[in-house]
Design a protein around this ligand. Sequence first.
Ligand code: ATP
Length: 453
Amino acid sequence: MPAKNINDIVSLCKRRGFIFPGSEIYGGLGGTYDYGPYGVELMKNIRDSWWNAMVYQRDDVEGLDAAQITNRLLWKYSGHEAGFSDPLVECKKCKTRMRQDKMADQTKCDACGSGDLTEPRAYQLMMGLSVGATADGAINAYLRPETATTIFTNFKNVLDSTPHKLPFGIVQIGRVFRNEISPRGFVFRMREFEQAELQYFVRPGDDEEQFNDWKATRLQWWIEQLGIPAEKLRFLPHEKLAHYAKAAEDIEYEFPDGFDEVEGIHNRADFDLGSHTKSQKEFDIKAAVMENTDSTAKLSFSDPQTGENFIPYVIETSLGTNRTMFAVMCEAYTEEDLGDDKSRVVLKLKPRLAPVKAAVIPLARNVPELVARADELVVDLRKLGIGRIEMENSGNIGKNYRRHDEIGTPVCITVDHQTLEDGTVTLRHRDTMAQERIAIAAVPARLMEIVNG
Ligand code: ATP
């Protein structure tokens, strides 16, 4: 049975080294989290799975890693500087600040129920910076609040340096920063997080079909690569579209406290390249864009066959990797009753996503021959290059199993006295707790099978 409430996950994350509160020893900083030894591995495996699906399994998508500190003008023309703000309401009684659009009832404080609220005020979500030796400390740059805009501003660079025709895409995984009014739900809403976004450039007219194709492709990734059952995912079309969007739908996952957004898929039409291009008047831009007097690049596509030169439309897929990892953990978290008043917590992650791929346990830590055989096996398994292999030499096999169940290690391999006699070891499987005895020489191939299974 998956996690019943978020606190199960929060406590596992802290206890087993996945996620810690940011700046913790100084009292913390709201909306920031630090990822520990197993958190970084799980995040990396999620990122790798996404990159593999979006770049390596296709030939129409390129990668990018742009700077996080960005010129103000990017956000002037993207519309963020003027429009990227949430309506903020403060309760005059208990001083709680809330995003008006997220309140359960817009006439009452979420915290104390009082109806004595301030008028909503715009609240700038971007974190401004003063970069370089400015005398007055005025904001001249922003930490980017999303990865999309730097993809658009690099459209020409990528197009000119790769052999692509339309449709083609650019992806980016990277940190973003938003001064969220009310960070909440553990890593669900943070102030510093990581996005994995695709901007897919298409011919105007092909956009609706591409939007639907990407919806299907992305949903399939959640099901097949992350192991989320289809019935715990759904699409939610936006009722109110953002000013740039022609269509927008969220993929929602059923968290312990209900369905909520994990990924957005948007048809952004020609708003973005149309906003950031120079010589806007040369093009038939359909979206309502601000006049751009600063851009130095034409962000158009010239078709060598037809001679047409136009602004491509954009289909965007956008997810937060932190929120994705949270959903994956909620789904994998399982409490099992083992009878006799015993139970265990096990993280039933897809083996490919597991932070540790295998643990090797010599049954007695004071028998040098056992430890030496275990060491040799660890060295061989590490050569597979499939991720982290741990040597467990604490001498308490029960504790080892418990820890590896909780961090989701698919197999524990025990080296015991019989190993010294006949060269076999025991594989103990995480989900079934079943044990199999196989020759040491067969372990690498068996582990590959399990991890790729
Ligand atoms: P909001 O909920 O603030 O309206 P949004 O719909 O604007 O967010 P997008 O900008 O579309 O979110 O971001 C895409 C994805 O990034 C979301 O689906 C989510 O997975 C992730 N994300 C957005 N904001 C946060 C955040 N504050 N913390 C963690 N992940 C986030």
